[in-house]
Ligand binder design. Sequence first.
Ligand code: NAD
Ligand code: GLY
Length: 366
Amino acid sequence: MTAPHPEPPQVRIALGDRSYDILIGDGLLSRPSTWAGLPAASSALIVSNTTVAPLYAARLREALAARYRSIFEVVLPDGEAHKDWQTLNLVFDALLSHGCDRKTVLFALGGGVVGDMAGFAAASYMRGVPFVQVPTTLLAQVDSSVGGKTAINHPLGKNMIGAFYQPERVVCDLDTLATLPARELSAGLAEVIKYGPIADLAFLDWIEASIDALMRRDRAALAHAVRRSCEIKAEVVGQDEREAGLRAILNFGHTFGHAIEAGLGYGEWLHGEAVGCGMVMGLQLSRRLGLVDEAFARRVTALIARAGLPVVGPALGADRYLELMRVDKKAEGGQIRFVVIEAPGRAAVRGAPDDLVRQVLADCTR
Ligand code: NAD
Ligand code: GLY
């Protein structure tokens, strides 16, 4: 367990001897105290990509120089299409060619793709080395860097090869969001919005009132969105680290969304865009199951649209959607299981008849 970091604001993930802090704030990357208390080691490996490394790797390297004698760097190709074995191997190549040992600390500097891959590399190199998440997209700050899910994609299914492996710390430097393309900011907002209907109606109200401020990257609004999202995720992960049950609610919109991503080819739609549209489908499924009314479904759909996200899915055909959704990790014995909104602010996982799903797809795709 990494000791609690002395500086607020932070959110703590309480997982016994795997507990850790999420630091959220401005200028964290270059502040030496950000890195205090991490495991001692002689070397560190920064894992980043061709977009993020030129922006932030030097800053991180400089801040880490006082802690590690050797700091290596591996720069991966950018994009979801590279979240695969071949690219993951570049991390192992770097670790082995630099003679990295069991104490070497990996720093995942980038969005969710880098974080998921660096985390999986950390989980498996020498059967596990420490790693730190340094998320630089909104999506990674509010979701993917927190909770220890690491993975790569397989051509037959998203995030199918991976491990649960918790980081030592998560460092959300809000400054990094300044360079994020607008489309990526919207993708991150999808995961922020997700927390409202599944867990916190007051947060949903706040997002509705703050969506314009979030879209123009108002710092205080972003700080609150990241913090509250991390608090909700911490609460869920603290109760169900390995997704025996409750944690699956964090996948609201993801069953439909993963089918969109895989069906179009990874990278065509952003993950957050697919999740945003998947939530619209999940809301319609919940409505058709008689769990929420049309007004609530419309309310959340309108917010998703205001966040600049697509609310109509690609016309892959219902058969293809169903085929892709059967590969989802929540599926049991070939039966697709969906996260539905049981009542506004509360989610559950359940199956649904194929004909109902077909109706939803007919309503929500074009
Ligand atoms: P991403 O990692 O592809 O990053 C999006 C784009 O923004 C990339 O081109 C990246 O290089 C660029 N970028 C990153 N930071 C930047 C910055 N500060 N300035 C400018 N450009 C920047 O995508 P993402 O949306 O961060 O993450 C999506 C991935 O996360 C998916 O693979 C998804 O499966 C995964 N995910 C994992 C979890 C989890 O619990 N592990 C949860 C949600 C999503
Ligand atoms: N993003 C879903 C989870 O972490 O469980």
